[in-house]
Design a protein around this ligand. Structure first.
Ligand code: SF4
Ligand code: SF4
Ligand code: FES
Length: 230
């Protein structure tokens, strides 16, 4: 298990095996019974909050939904903080840059109506609504960001989660910020930096497909560019 900051090292701990034990159970056992100074993050324990993501045997995963039997049948686990982010301490990565990029991609909803206007009806069957829905269940766990090679090579790259969020809003007919959003995602470090490796789609625990969302942004921004809107 990783201990310390970026200059830290792996320490070995012996943890008893239990039935249906998760990787988060292992980390919690170490913190409760072997070393109370171990730092890590979790909240819901049921795959809803996205705070427990770590690197487990080389792959980013939600530790609360990863069973030890599935990833380490021989019983050996290597657990570290999420990759592509600075380490605060031990298993806690600093998520600030991840959320700053989400803001840079204009990931916040900007209403086109006020509270005094009638509520806009969006048909559940409309194409835009279907596209927005397909990308909306992201819980910002950072797994895709840690899995993305482009993030590793290009510090300015907004990353799969922020771009996936932008795609969801681009298709939200109630949102009023699309010209600025398209500018933001078309800029250097935006959607055109993605090499479509699909590691994000392969590893997203929510089974989302950021690669497809980014491809959608590439098409839209290209169309806007050809029309002289960018
Ligand atoms: S797209 Fe998936 S892997 Fe990426 S932050 Fe959202 S839920 Fe996590
Ligand atoms: S498809 Fe794009 S965003 Fe996803 S892992 Fe590959 S380079 Fe990163
Ligand atoms: S603790 Fe909330 S997703 Fe794992």
């Amino acid at each position: 298990m990783w201990r310390g900051d970026a200059q830290g090292r792996y320490e070995t701990y012996l943890v008893p095996r239990r039935k249906s034990q998760t990787v988060l159970d292992v980390v919690t056992f170490v913190q409760r019974y072997l070393d109370p100074t171990l730092s890590y993050r979790f909240a819901c324990r049921v795959g809803m909050c996205g705070s427990c993501a770590m690197t487990v045997n080389g792959r980013p995963r939600w530790t609360c939904r990863t069973h030890v039997d599935k990833v380490a049948p021989a019983g050996r686990l290597t657990i570290g903080p999420l990759a592509n982010l600075p380490v605060i301490k031990d298993l806690a990565a600093d998520m600030r840059l991840f959320f700053e990029k989400w803001q840079q991609a204009r990931g916040a909803f900007v209403p086109s109506r006020t509270r005094d206007d009638a509520i806009e009806r969006i048909s559940p069957d409309s194409k835009a609504r279907t596209l927005a829905d397909a990308a909306i269940e992201c819980i910002n766990c950072g797994v895709c960001y840690a899995a993305c090679d482009t993030v590793r090579w290009n510090e300015a790259y907004l990353g799969p989660a922020a771009l996936n969020r932008a795609w969801s809003l681009v298709n939200d007919q109630r949102d009023a910020a699309n010209p600025a959003r398209l500018q933001a995602v078309a800029a250097s470090g935006g959607c055109h930096a993605c090499h479509s490796h699909q590691s994000c789609q392969e590893l997203c625990p929510q089974a989302l497909n950021p690669t497809a969302s980014i491809a959608g942004l590439k098409r839209l921004t290209m169309r806007a560019y050809l029309k002289g809107e960018l």
